[in-house]
Design a protein around this ligand. Structure first.
Ligand SMILES: N[C@@H](CCC(=O)N[C@@H](CS)C(=O)NCC(=O)O)C(=O)O
Length: 216
């Protein structure tokens, strides 16, 4: 059975997994989940992922794996995208955690809410997220000012995870011009063999009140 990916085309969390699968040249079946059409709210979806989020990877034997970072680790194991060395491996895990606690909610969360009309630039929550996003971008910039990739001397799933939302930070109204090392790293990611960028715009049903999702 081929791998099956339960996937929303406009989600950066899902895009991270598609990007790694493209680098690995691994075939998979893509099952489109319209998260704003209520498709994660069904009992059937809860059996696949009780947290009702995408992405989910279905493996042989009817096993399901949720959480984008966990899926990246699973797929990257025994490939050049995940180091064997314990210190570097732990470094990758550290960046996967930071991506979920800081990069995704502040940059990805701001972008989602701005693009779908949930926030306008002067809303207090937009200001909070924008200030937080600047701190995140400064931290990433500092780290990348002395190295080409996040961990060790090569491209890993730490880079893939952080790229997922930073490459579209401008769509959240964030200006990347001051972050020179970060911009150079974005270009390095885009030169990796098999690179794809297939993140789609949010659908019309993603605006508040137009659909049904865990956000409304
Ligand atoms: N920590 C999770 C977050 C996943 C997540 O937030 N997914 C969103 C799309 S970016 C989702 O599927 N939401 C479901 C819904 O709105 O019903 C991961 O990294 O996989």
């Amino acid at each position: 059975m081929p791998l099956r990916l339960y996937d929303y085309a406009g989600s950066g969390n899902c895009y991270k997994v598609r990007l790694l699968l493209a680098h690995l040249n691994r075939p998979y079946q893509r099952i489109a989940i319209d998260i704003f059409g209520g498709e994660t709210l069904t009992d059937e979806y809860a059996r696949i992922n009780p947290l009702r989020s995408t992405p989910v990877l279905e493996l042989a034997g009817g096993r399901y794996l949720g959480e984008s970072g966990a899926i990246l680790v699973y797929l990257a194991t025994d490939t050049p995208y995940l180091p064997d060395d314990p210190f570097e491996l732990a470094g990758v895990i550290g960046w996967l955690i930071y991506e979920q606690t800081d990069v995704m909610p502040l940059i990805g969360g701001l972008r989602f809410r701005m693009l779908t009309g949930r926030l306008s630039p002067s809303d207090p929550d937009a200001i909070r997220r924008r200030d937080g996003a600047h701190d995140v971008l400064s931290h990433l910039e500092g780290h990348l000012s002395t190295r080409d990739f996040f961990v060790g001397d090569r491209y890993t799933i730490a880079d893939i995870a952080i790229y997922g939302y930073t490459h579209v930070a401008h769509e959240a109204g964030l200006d990347l011009a001051p972050f020179e090392s970060l911009r150079a790293w974005l270009r390095r990611v885009e030169l990796q063999p098999g690179y794809i960028e297939d993140l789609e715009p949010y659908g019309d049903n993603a605006t508040p009140g137009a659909g049904r999702s865990i956000y409304d």
